[in-house]
Write a protein that binds this ligand. Structure first.
Ligand code: SF4
Length: 398
């Protein structure tokens, strides 16, 4: 979907959508032709994303004469980033950066820190340059930061359930390293099992450096010494059930090695998944259990960790497609990301014949406009059209 273009780059764009408003304010259900649409109880822009996007708008209005930079994507949605780029916002790095951008900062520039936060090194660099910093870091991201600092202070190694390339986890790692602490990043159950095998002495310490992705271990990590006392946190947008399982696995591995009493001293945990992620996952679980769905469509950027994890909730029970928006969907094919990996898949025959019930949800960085356009495209693929104004809960049969 193309972003709208504007004569006035400072005119705020509303990401609201009448169809989504109708679904939100109604029962989250409507029928058109042979398709019944059911939406999750909560979905879409979270408080932290709303706030970050609003702060970019505020900066555009407040500093009209100055160059405005984003350190990287403000949130993980390509449409929102492309929209800001179209208004003249520059990107220092990431998929929206100009190749020549790096190193061009001046003291009179304004730099926006994304909702995910920034590394200690980035913040030091920006302060050195002397530019104005607009920090949109979500307060929920601060929670794991604070916890890791207490682990470092007490000599614990932090195990982060997160994605090693995700900005939020990179920021957590850099904070720990800046205080002389140690960390291990595990993305999933299999990587956590590997750490557990080393804790129990079933695998040699060197296996972690060999088999975990680059950047998953703090510099000079000594698995023999650095896994004695462990505290866990998680990236705020991970799958809650997987985090709980990883905490349980690591605690059990320490108990197996040290005994139950010592495990109480040598293991700490804090679930740092944010409320919006938790609520959206709970709502998708409810929809998956009670929605009598034939398939689910989850709308959000492919870089979006929380969107990916929403897709994983339904996967295995029925087809669950993570799409970026209406452009991913054609009557005979859907382009989507593999819920368990990185691959892009093309699935023909995704829309079953006859009456079909489709669940919809959207990641915390997905504008309602995109979800609304996606629902309309799906209905069009099934030969059903909706009027512009939709009554909540109405069974609309054209
Ligand atoms: S998903 Fe959670 S941590 Fe991320 S911006 Fe939203 S509220 Fe904050």
């Amino acid at each position: 979907m193309s972003v709208d273009r504007y004569d006035n780059p400072f005119e705020r764009y509303s990401y609201k959508n009448p169809l989504i408003e109708a679904l939100r304010n109604g029962q989250g259900e409507l029928t058109a032709g042979r398709v019944t649409v059911r939406t999750a109880r909560t979905f879409g822009f979270c408080w932290g994303v709303d706030r970050a996007v609003a702060m970019v708008w505020d900066a555009l209005a407040q500093f009209p004469e100055r160059r405005l930079w984003l350190l990287d994507q403000i949130i993980h949605n390509p449409h929102v980033n492309a929209d800001f780029k179209a208004r003249g916002v520059r990107f220092l790095r990431g998929p929206f950066a100009d190749p020549s951008s790096e190193g061009e900062l001046h003291a009179d520039d304004v730099v926006v820190i994304p909702a995910f936060s920034a590394t200690v090194e980035d913040m030091q660099h920006l302060r050195l340059v002397g530019c104005t910093i607009v920090d949109t870091t979500c307060p929920w991201v601060i929670k794991p930061h604070k916890r890791t600092l207490s682990y470092v202070k007490d000599g614990f190694t932090t195990v982060i359930h997160g994605l090693v390339r995700h900005e939020e986890t990179r920021a957590s790692c850099s904070l720990i390293a800046s205080r002389g602490g140690r960390y291990v990043v595990v993305a999933d159950h299999a990587q956590a099992e590997l750490v557990c095998a080393v804790i129990r002495g079933q695998e040699p310490p060197g296996v972690l450096a060999e088999r975990l992705p680059e950047g998953a271990l703090s510099r000079g990590f000594d698995a023999a010494a650095d896994l004695r006392q462990i505290g866990t946190v998680n990236q705020t947008t991970m799958l809650a059930s997987e985090t709980r399982e990883i905490e349980r696995l690591i605690r059990q591995a320490i108990a197996d090695r040290d005994g139950e009493t010592a495990a109480r001293e040598n293991f700490r945990e804090l679930n740092t998944i944010c409320r919006a992620t938790q609520e959206n996952q709970d709502a998708v679980e409810e929809l998956a259990q009670g929605g009598a769905l034939d398939l689910m469509i989850v709308v959000g950027g492919y870089d979006s960790s929380n969107t990916r994890n929403l897709t994983r909730v339904g996967a295995g029970r029925f087809p669950s497609y993570h799409v970026t928006g209406p452009d991913s969907i054609k009557p005979d094919e859907i382009v989507h990301r593999d819920p368990g990996g990185e691959r892009l898949l093309r699935t023909p025959g995704w829309l079953p014949p006859g009456e079909v019930t489709i669940g919809f949800t959207a990641g915390a960085s997905t504008p309602d406009t995109l979800l609304g356009a996606t629902i309309r495209t799906v209905l069009a693929c099934a030969g059903a059209m909706l009027p512009e104004t939709v009554a909540p809960g109405a069974a609309t049969r054209p």
